[in-house]
Design a protein around this ligand. Structure first.
Ligand code: HEM
Ligand SMILES: *[C@@H]1O[C@H](CO)[C@@H](O)[C@H](O)[C@H]1NC(C)=O
Ligand SMILES: *[C@@H]1O[C@H](CO)[C@@H](O)[C@H](O)[C@H]1NC(C)=O
Ligand SMILES: *[C@@H]1O[C@H](CO)[C@@H](O)[C@H](O)[C@H]1NC(C)=O
Ligand SMILES: *[C@@H]1O[C@H](CO)[C@@H](O)[C@H](O)[C@H]1NC(C)=O
Length: 457
């Protein structure tokens, strides 16, 4: 066997050791059942791979930490960290002052792992009538399995941790998502938020906490399986939208992949542009509508077949809000860099440029002047930054508009460091203006138990 294919073999052997199905070749070598020359080659290849991998990983991490420290010092010099935070050695630093009680998400380990496996604390339990569910299928799934509180009332840290633990998304991506959720509808000082609509169990320290399904901040038009706010409950799963998506995937070997979503997103864009008089395709739409689509084929495949986002793996999250049977999370952290790359690719492979803008009544689409014709991965990552840093028009809860210094301190301390590498023009973003706030509350799903795509009430 050639040396290079030996290496590949060694890699496979290691990978299968992780999932406890021993590679026959590696097992033979370990048992001493191979000719000595062959066994020596096997162990040498494995050792070399280990050393090299560790060296590369270590060097990369050291470089990352050095860059973080530099950015941290710059933030201190600029007086940006008024309430603490900042990123050092790969972990967010504690907050102070009004944010002193805000728990910090913790970086988790990444490896192929059965979720939930036989972990007794994380088996599926249907939500009870007092449990809140909303429009994020994976948050609903995490709640049904107790990775976040089963009530559906979670926190900044809890959801960011569960996002890493259950889906293998990176610390950066998970902190960003949970920060966006917290600002969309939560209570900043305690970090608490409802994964659906407004709920009395979430404190209202700075002003009313409206729930993350509050329209316009994180909840957007053109969702995959939910309908636009204008037409009804934006949190409810819609079987017809799902079935249409499934039909589209059938043109692509049953894959819920980039090609299927390139087709589907153009379809829903034109549908909303033609029929929804308040269709809002602003900067948050751009970030969220693209990210949620690429997330499907980066988070939901079986970790043992990372590029296979087929019905068997995607459907249980949507139709039953549960993990598929015998399902492994992805093995490597999915970062913001990768998210940007995937979003740029999705945009470039769409058959039509879906111009950002807004309907001010039907047949009156006002473009925003953002050109999506040649978006780079870095620009796409900066769309994510814009979605959270650009507060005009705000859709921010009134309490956050009135306490914008606190919001800014939180963004600087918990979110900005993750975007440092992209050099997005964050400092130039607009502050909330006169009409920035909206006290429209979010909604929960009309009924929270979903079985085979049908609510059981
Ligand atoms: C950890 C914090 C998270 C929060 C606060 C959050 C919040 C949200 C919100 C507000 C939406 C509605 C967006 C819309 O209107 O279209 C949404 C949708 C979605 N989220 Fe999450 N999310 C989180 C994590 C994740 C992760 C890690 C994934 C990975 C798969 C994910 C996958 C999705 C998908 C696929 C949708 C689209 C649902 C549909 O319309 O079919 N979310 N999420
Ligand atoms: C999906 O395709 C099937 C079979 O062609 C068709 O009967 C059904 O109406 C389609 N569903 C939607 C929602 O488009
Ligand atoms: C959803 O759950 C139902 C009831 O347990 C089951 O029959 C069905 O196969 C599940 N669907 C998926 C896609 O896992
Ligand atoms: C995931 O992969 C493992 C190992 O290949 C397999 O046993 C399991 O059935 C797969 N699960 C799903 C949901 O595809
Ligand atoms: C604020 O809203 C009012 C009423 O809808 C509108 O007349 C005004 O132009 C808005 N101001 C800004 C700065 O957008």
């Amino acid at each position: 066997m050639a040396y290079s294919s030996m290496k590949t073999f060694a890699l496979l052997a290691l990978a299968s050791a992780v999932v406890a199905t021993p590679c026959p070749y590696g097992a033979l070598a370990e048992r001493g059942a191979l000719p000595k020359a062959e066994a020596d080659k096997f162990f040498a290849a494995r050792a070399e791979r280990d050393v090299n991998l560790d060296d590369v990983k270590l060097a990369k991490r050291e470089a990352e930490h050095a860059a973080q420290e530099q950015f941290y010092k710059r933030q201190l010099d600029l007086g940006d960290l008024l309430l603490g935070g900042g990123l050092l050695n790969g972990i967010l630093q504690p907050f102070t002052g009004v944010l002193a009680d805000l728990d910090i998400p913790v970086p988790q380990d990444f490896s192929l792992k059965l979720i939930p496996g036989d972990d007794a604390a994380h088996q599926y339990q249907a939500p009870t009538s007092s449990d809140v569910r909303g429009m994020c299928p994976t948050l609903n799934t995490m709640a049904n399995h107790g990775y976040i509180d089963r009530s559906g009332i979670t926190t900044f840290a809890e959801a960011a941790n569960a996002c890493q633990i259950t889906l293998g998304f990176g610390y950066d991506t998970c902190v960003f998502l949970s920060a966006l959720g917290l600002l969309a509808g939560g209570d900043l000082p305690s970090g608490a938020y409802s994964i659906g609509g407004a709920d009395s169990r979430v404190p209202n320290t700075l002003g009313p906490s409206l729930g993350i399904s509050k329209h316009g901040f994180f909840e957007i038009d053109n969702s995959i399986s939910r309908e636009d706010y204008y037409f009804g409950n934006q949190a409810d799963f819609r079987l017809d939208r799902w079935e249409r998506l499934v039909n589209i995937t059938e043109n692509y070997d049953g894959e819920f992949g980039n090609s299927a979503f390139a087709e589907e997103r153009v379809l829903v864009y034109n549908e909303a542009k033609n029929n929804n008089p308040t269709f809002d395709a602003g900067i948050r739409w751009l970030a969220v509508s693209t990210a949620e689509r690429v997330f499907i084929f980066r988070a939901l495949p079986n970790g043992t077949h990372e590029t296979l986002s087929d019905y068997q793996n995607v459907a249980p999250f949507y139709l039953n809000e549960t993990f598929p049977e015998n399902w492994f999370r992805r093995a490597n952290a999915y970062s913001l860099v990768e998210t940007g790359t995937d979003i740029a690719n999705l945009l470039l492979s769409s058959s039509e440029i879906t111009t950002p803008g807004q309907n001010e009544g039907l047949n009156n689409f006002v473009p925003l002047g953002i050109d999506l014709g040649s978006v780079t991965p870095t620009e796409a990552s900066c769309f994510l930054a814009s979605a959270i840093f650009d507060e005009t028009p705000g859709f921010l809860a009134p309490g956050l508009v009135d306490n914008f210094d606190t919001v800014e301190a939180f963004l600087n301390g918990a979110v900005a460091p993750f975007f440092a590498q992209f050099n997005c023009a964050i400092s130039g973003y607009a502050q909330p203006g006169a009409n920035a706030s909206s006290s429209t509350t979010g909604v929960s799903t009309d009924c929270n138990v979903l079985v085979n795509g049908v609510y059981q009430c």
